[in-house]
Every structure is written in C-alpha cells, then in structure tokens.
Design a protein around this ligand. Structure first.
Ligand code: ZN
Length: 155
C-alpha cells in the first residue's frame, strides 16, 4: 500500500463528473487499499477517486467499525434529514453545516464487481452522501445550510 497525494480545491478534477469503473482487476483493489491508507493517514472518514486525481466512480468510507468500499455507488432511496457540520480533506480549513438525508439505501459494487445494497443512517449516511457528491463534481460547501426553513423530517 502507498499513500497518495490529496488533490486540493481549485483543481478542476474536483469539478468533473467521474466515469464508471468497468475494470474489476487487481489494480482496483490496490487503488482502494491506497485510498483507505491515505484517508486514515489524513485522519478522514471518507475519500473519493477524484481526491487522489482519479476521475472514476469509487470511494471509501470508514466511520468507527464501519468500512465501506463504494464502486459505482448509486443512492436509490433516502428518508429523513439531518443537519450537521462537514469538512473535506480537499478543502483544508473550511467547515460548514450541510443538510443530508438521515437514512439512505446505496447500491454499489465491491472491488470484485459483486453488487451490494447497503442501508446506512446518521453519520455514515452523511459520509456516503459527501463522497458520492465528489463523483459528480460537487463539494460540500456548495450545499451550505443557512438555516431558516428546514424540510420536515420524513420517517
Ligand atoms: Zn470531501
């Protein structure tokens, strides 16, 4: 495993729409291992492909005992809402409040190409949403929550 350089805000790759992963070979596993190591080394809870200069639809999320490798992830259902603070390894020194769903259902592949459906809530759901946004060229502060009217929580 090796550490990768983390791309910082201002680099156009962070604003690109990433392409699907279609090669499930050993290189993908190595890449995901590097991403996990890079994320942990930087004290993050998630890292997406574009953040290490790879515009492909893949991300890792690690919160406590939950470690998820998301390849070609798609959020297929969401419910409820939560407002909480976010930051990003690519945007040092900035944090703001963002509204996210409380619960999500994500379809994704693992490193071997096997399909999975995961249900996540709370902070893990927030981290997954943040990482999946990276794959569409969005950064968390695009969605800064400014208070005022808040969508009613839907259970
Ligand atoms: Zn981020």
């Amino acid at each position: 495993m090796s550490l990768r350089d983390i791309v910082k805000d201002g680099d156009p790759i962070l604003r690109r729409i990433s392409r699907k992963v279609d090669n499930f070979d050993g290189k993908l596993g190595k890449l995901l291992d590097d991403m996990r190591e890079t994320m942990k080394h930087a004290d993050g809870v998630g890292l997406a492909g574009p953040q290490i200069g790879i515009a492909r639809r893949l991300a890792v999320v690690e919160v406590g005992d939950t470690y998820i490798e998301l390849v070609n992830p798609v959020i297929v259902a969401k419910s409820g809402s939560q407002v909480g603070q976010e930051a990003c390894l690519s945007v040092p020194g900035k944090a703001c409040m963002v509204e996210r769903p409380m619960n999500i259902v994500v379809q994704y592949s693992d490193r071997f190409g096997k399909q999975h459906t995961g249900e996540y809530s709370g902070f893990v759901a927030r981290a997954c949403c943040h990482e999946i946004d990276h794959l569409d060229g969005h950064l968390f502060y695009d969605f800064e929550y400014k208070g005022g009217y808040r969508q009613a929580d839907k259970k």
